[in-house]
Design a protein around this ligand. Structure first.
Ligand code: SF4
Ligand code: SF4
Length: 459
C-alpha cells in the first residue's frame, strides 16, 4: 500500500527550513493572513521559528485568522466513553489489553441512556462517542441510535460524533445510516517505526489499515472526517507536517480535507509506561506553537481542544485558534453517573480541567467568548465539500454567530446558573450587533420564540 506520508521528505524539509530568517517568516505570516492556507514547506518555516518576537507575530496572526473565520465563538461538546474494553495494546493508554488492573466496562443501552440524560441535563447538545477497540458494528450503530433517541426534559443530543477503531467500507456505511456527524480516527503517530513500537499487539499494529481508515469512511459517504495526533510519541514537528500531508491526501482524493484536527498531549494513565514518561514530551511553549501554526496552515479546519489541558492553559489556547472545546468530561464508561473526577482504575488518562460546564461557560463569557451548542450545518446537509463551499469564502460566519447566540440562549434559559444567566443574557444583548443585518429580523423572531419555549431553531 502506498504511504502518502512521505517521511523522508518531511525530515528533509524540516532540515532545509531550519533557522529561518525574519524576512522569510514575515512573508509567510503575511500569506497566512490571506486565509488560503500554507504549503508544507511554509509551515516548516513557522515550526522552526524560535525568535520570541517572530513567535508573537505568529500568535497574533493565528488570533486574527481565528477572529475573522470563527469570531468569538467556542463550540462545546462532551466525550462519552461507551466501553473501555480493548483488544489492542498501546503502550500509552490505560485501556490497553495487558492492563489487568483496569476495571473493564461496556455500557448496556440503558446505562448509555442514563449517561446521555446526565449530559443533556447539563446542557450539552453534541457528544463524541468513544469506544475502546473491541466492539462490533451492530453495537456501535445501536449506541448511536440510543443517544439520538434519549431525551431529558427539553434536552436532546443533536449531533453524535464517533471515535472508533478503523472499520471496513461496509461498516462505515452502517454508521452513515445511523446518521453520525463527524467520524474520527487518529493515527496517534505518523512515524511508522514509532507506530510499530507503540502498538504491541492487536489489529492496531497494522499502520496502513489505520492510515486508510478515513479513505474508507469517505468512500462510504462519511464526508466529515477528523484526524489527530497524540503528541509526545514522536517529534511534534514531524507530526504537524504529517498531519498536513494526510490532509492534502484527503483533499486531493475526495475534494475535501479533514473537518477537524485534534491534538491531544500524552497524559498519565494507569500501567501505560509511555504516558508517564513520553519519549518526545511537548512543552507548553511548543504546544502553543502547534495550535497557532495549524490555525494559519489550515484556516478552515476546526481545531479541537480537550480537558487534558489545565484551565489556565486552555484560556491561552482559545486565543490561538481553537474552535471546539470539551467541558466537564469523564474519560471512562459510566463516568458521568459516578460523578467522580479521577478514577485511575477505569479511565483512559488523567484530566487537567475538571470544572463543570457552567463554570467553564462563565469563565469564557468573562473572556468575551460566546459559548455555542450549534449543530446546524450537519442537520442542514452542510457537510464535507458543501460545508467548505460555505466556509472558504467566509459565508459560514453569518450563520455561526446567530446560531451560537440562539443555542446559548437555550442553554441559559434551561440550564444556566443564576450567575451565568445574568451575565449571559446581558452578553446576548450586546452580541446582537454581530448578527448579519439581513438575518437580524429573523434572528430576533427566533430568539423571542425560544424565550417563549420553542427549541431547536437555527439558520
Ligand atoms: Fe485501545 Fe485505543 Fe487505548 Fe489503544 S489507544 S489501547 S486502541 S483504547
Ligand atoms: Fe458549526 Fe455550522 Fe453551526 Fe457554524 S453554523 S457553528 S459551522 S455547525
Amino acid at each position: 500500500m502506498e504511504n502518502f506520508i512521505q517521511e523522508e521528505k518531511i525530515h528533509q524539509i524540516l532540515k532545509e527550513k531550519k533557522n529561518p530568517n525574519a524576512e522569510e517568516v514575515r512573508k509567510i505570516i503575511k500569506k497566512g493572513l490571506e486565509k488560503k492556507g500554507l504549503t508544507i514547506e511554509e509551515t516548516a518555516v513557522l515550526i522552526n521559528t524560535e525568535d520570541e518576537k517572530l513567535l508573537s507575530e505568529i500568535y497574533d496572526a493565528a488570533y486574527q485568522i481565528k477572529e475573522q473565520i470563527y469570531g468569538n465563538r467556542l463550540v462545546f461538546f462532551a466525550p462519552l466513553y461507551v466501553t473501555n474494553a480493548c483488544q489492542n495494546d498501546c503502550l500509552y493508554c490505560g485501556f490497553r489489553s495487558s492492563n489487568k488492573e483496569l476495571k473493564r466496562r461496556t455500557l448496556t443501552m440503558d446505562e448509555l441512556a442514563e449517561e446521555v440524560q446526565i449530559l443533556e441535563d447539563m446542557g450539552h447538545k453534541r457528544v463524541l462517542l468513544v469506544y475502546g477497540e473491541s466492539q462490533k458494528i451492530g453495537y456501535l450503530a445501536e449506541s448511536v441510535k440510543t443517544v439520538y433517541q434519549t431525551k431529558s426534559g427539553k434536552g436532546e443530543i443533536r449531533r453524535v460524533n464517533v471515535n472508533s477503531a478503523p472499520l471496513t467500507v461496509e461498516e462505515y456505511k452502517i454508521l452513515k445510516d445511523a446518521d453520525i456527524g463527524t467520524y474520527q480516527c487518529f493515527q496517534e503517530t505518523y512515524h511508522q517505526e514509532t507506530y510499530q513500537k507503540m502498538h504491541v499487539s492487536g489489529k492496531k499494529t497494522d499502520y496502513f489499515w489505520r492510515l486508510y481508515a478515513l479513505d474508507r469512511a469517505q468512500e462510504a459517504g462519511l464526508d466529515d472526517v477528523a484526524v489527530g495526533v497524540l503528541f509526545g510519541l514522536y517529534d511534534w514537528r514531524f507530526e504537524v507536517l504529517a498531519l498536513l500531508q494526510h490532509s492534502e491526501h484527503l483533499e486531493k482524493k475526495f475534494g475535501v480535507g479533514p473537518h477537524t484536527i485534534s491534538f491531544p498531549r500524552l497524559e498519565p494513565a494507569l500501567n501505560a509506561p509511555m504516558s508517564i514518561d513520553p519519549p518526545y514530551p511537548v512543552s507548553d511553549h511548543d504546544f502553543k506553537k502547534i495550535v497557532a501554526v495549524l490555525r494559519i496552515a489550515v484556516p478552515y479546519t476546526g481545531l479541537i481542544l480537550t480537558t487534558r489541558e489545565t484551565p489556565e492553559f486552555r484560556r491561552e489556547l482559545f486565543n490561538l485558534g481553537v474552535s471546539q472545546v470539551s467541558a466537564a468530561s469523564k474519560t471512562y464508561p459510566g463516568g458521568y453517573k459516578d460523578s467522580i473526577s479521577h478514577m485511575p482504575e477505569m479511565e483512559q488518562f488523567t484530566l487537567g480541567d475538571t470544572r463543570n460546564l457552567d463554570e467553564v461557560i462563565y469563565d469564557i463569557l468573562n473572556m468575551g467568548y460566546i459559548p455555542s451548542f450549534c449543530t446546524a450545518c450537519y442537520r442542514l446537509g452542510r457537510t464535507g465539500h458543501d460545508f467548505m463551499e460555505y466556509a472558504k469564502p467566509g459565508d459560514i460566519h453569518k450563520f455561526c454567530t446567530p446560531n451560537a447566540l440562539l443555542t446559548f440562549a437555550e442553554y441559559l434559559l434551561d440550564y444556566g446558573s443564576d450567575k451565568t444567566k445574568k451575565k449571559g443574557l446581558d452578553f446576548l444583548e450586546k452580541e446582537k450587533s454581530k448578527v448579519d443585518p439581513a438575518l437580524l429580523p429573523v434572528y430576533e423572531k427566533k430568539l423571542e420564540e425560544i424565550k417563549q419555549g420553542t427549541r431547536d431553531l437555527f439558520f
